[in-house]
Design a protein around this ligand. Structure first.
Ligand SMILES: Nc1ncnc2c1ncn2[C@@H]1O[C@H](COP(=O)(O)OP(=O)(O)OP(=O)(O)O)[C@@H](O)[C@H]1O
Length: 286
């Protein structure tokens, strides 16, 4: 059974149709990336899945049950994550656990564990203003992971970061995904980011937002992707593969296969971006 199913989902705001005819199935443990022109409804799609808003028509199933509101089974990471400024990194991650009723003592240990997972051991006692943008986003990711949601919803989480930090966080995220087996839905404007992270890349049309095409990204040597399981083995029982970070990640990004996928997705997007810009111009002149 699919982990997540969108069935004929439509979302309107007044007489404006943001999303229409969304049919989509996402496997458990899959890393799905969504790309599309600005304003095509990517965040709306994620909000619906997060239970922050409800579809106008159709339904969304999570483990076979309709999504009716937010839940601890889904963690959300936004572009600018609102960390609590008066709490330390550790305190912010602990905050995510308070809602789940984890005892105080255990909360601390669990929070430390997740800060370690995102490479922030030694920074537990820093406040958000004492951390770089990349570190803050790591705290946000740790906070979302700490209460152990099955599904991670990420809305352009690395968009505000410089290129180098972004690439290193992409590597971290892949490593975390491979280790934890979470189902990840990741929105981005970055085609390279989409190819690097996604097992499948869903390309959306401009208004109303629909799924134009889904591109499976299958790198032969790529650990954890294209094999249908988060740990990169055929049946999900084998050992976790080595991290793709470092030189290997660099090799992937500069490989001819990578360039081919990038070009395929760029081509699919190009027409939609042009159409979206035309629509904006027409609206502006009314
Ligand atoms: N609450 C709302 N009320 C009215 N219109 C809305 C609302 N939320 C979103 N929209 C509109 O729906 C469309 C889709 O918005 P959404 O934020 O989902 O797009 P997006 O693809 O995430 O955009 P971007 O890539 O620029 O972040 C936009 O035209 C937006 O103006």
């Amino acid at each position: 059974m699919a982990k997540i199913v969108f069935e004929g989902v439509r979302k309107t705001f007044g007489d404006f149709t943001a999303l229409d005819g969304i049919d989509l199935e996402i496997r458990s443990g899959e890393f799905l990336v969504v790309v599309g022109p600005s304003g095509c409804g990517k965040s709306t799609l994620l909000d619906l899945l997060g239970g922050l808003s409800t579809p106008t028509a159709g339904r969304i199933l999570l483990d076979g049950k309709p999504v009716t509101g937010p839940g601890l089974d889904r963690g959300i990471v936004f572009q600018q994550y609102a960390l609590l400024p008066w709490r330390t990194a550790l305190g912010n991650v602990e905050f995510g656990l308070e809602a789940t009723g984890v005892p105080r003592r255990e909360r601390k240990d669990r929070a430390r564990e997740f800060l370690d997972l995102v490479g922030l051991t030694g920074f537990e006692d820093r406040h958000p203003h004492q951390l770089s943008g990349g570190m803050r986003q790591r705290v946000a990711i740790a906070r979302s992971l700490a209460y152990d949601p099955d599904v991670l919803l990420m809305d352009e989480p690395f968009a505000a970061l410089d290129a180098q930090t972004r690439e290193s966080l992409q590597d971290e995220l892949r490593r975390i995904w491979q280790r934890t087996g979470k189902t990840v839905i990741f929105i981005t404007h970055g085609i390279e980011e989409a190819v690097y992270l996604g097992q499948r890349v869903a390309v959306m049309t401009s208004r109303p937002g629909r799924i134009k095409e889904i591109v499976p990204v299958t790198f032969g040597e790529r650990p954890g992707t294209g094999n249908g399981t988060a740990d990169g083995t055929a049946d999900g029982t084998g050992p976790a593969p080595a991290s793709a970070a470092g030189p290997q990640g660099e090799d992937l990004r500069s490989s001819p296969e990578f360039a081919r996928y990038r070009h395929e997705i760029w081509t699919l997007l190009h027409d939609e971006v042009a159409r979206a810009q035309q629509l904006e111009k027409e609206e502006a002149s009314v």
